[in-house]
Ligand binder design. Structure first.
Ligand code: IMP
Ligand code: MG
Length: 180
């Protein structure tokens, strides 16, 4: 993998093939949940590649969800979060009575997903489910258990497949651990 990832040392954790297989399984699980009037809300920016693959896998399962985005940021530097979540761009769709699946890249402290779930539930959604690609095995600051999980991931800083360090490495087709 040397040379493909830029200046930092990145050790592959989940290959593109492993991720693709898991995304298909997640789509099957979401389809099996028999959600109605489904809207997928992808949390920007980190989930954009995962969400793009997941919604096409959902299509292969015969689902035709509406798609919207919410842009959330938790402030701090690029590696540690301050705990404050801000809405930089809200969803456009009305959620009243709808089934919502929030899609995010990484569950870490839990603050982002707990915030998103509370916000969208308060809009009158019938059901708010959560789907994360990576569930980092760390103690949570906010109590939340995802309904759909790609991988339980070690407590390391990871990049790739949409996840970043200061907006770099999102383009990597795999997920790797940033060393150092
Ligand atoms: P939480 O609010 O602490 O759960 O943080 C979740 C957000 O922090 C995720 O949506 C990611 O965007 C970001 N994040 C957490 N851990 C990592 C990581 O290891 N690499 C890149 N981004 C991360
Ligand atoms: Mg994020």
């Amino acid at each position: 993998m040397a040379g493909s990832a830029g200046a930092d040392a990145i050790t592959p954790l989940y290959s593109a093939e492993t991720i693709a297989r898991r995304v298909e399984e997640l789509a099957r699980d979401i389809a099996a949940a028999k959600l109605s009037d489904l809207i997928i809300v992808a949390v920007l920016k980190g989930s954009f590649i995962f969400a793009a693959d997941l919604i096409r896998a959902l299509n292969r399962q015969g689902l035709h969800p509406e798609i919207d985005f919410i842009f959330l940021a938790s402030y701090g530097d690029s590696i540690t979060s301050s705990g404050e979540v801000k809405v930089l761009r809200d969803v456009e769709s009305a959620l009243q009575g709808r089934d919502v699946v929030i899609v995010d890249d990484i569950l870490d402290s839990g603050r982002t997903l707990a915030f998103a779930k509370g916000l969208l539930a308060a809009r009158g959604a019938r059901l708010v489910k959560t789907c994360v690609l990576l569930d980092k095995q760390v103690p949570r600051a906010a109590e939340i258990a995802p309904d759909f999980t790609g991988f339980r991931c070690p407590p390391c800083f990871v990049v790739g497949y949409g996840t970043d360090l200061a907006n770099r490495y999102r383009e990597l087709p795999f997920i790797g651990v940033l060393e150092g």
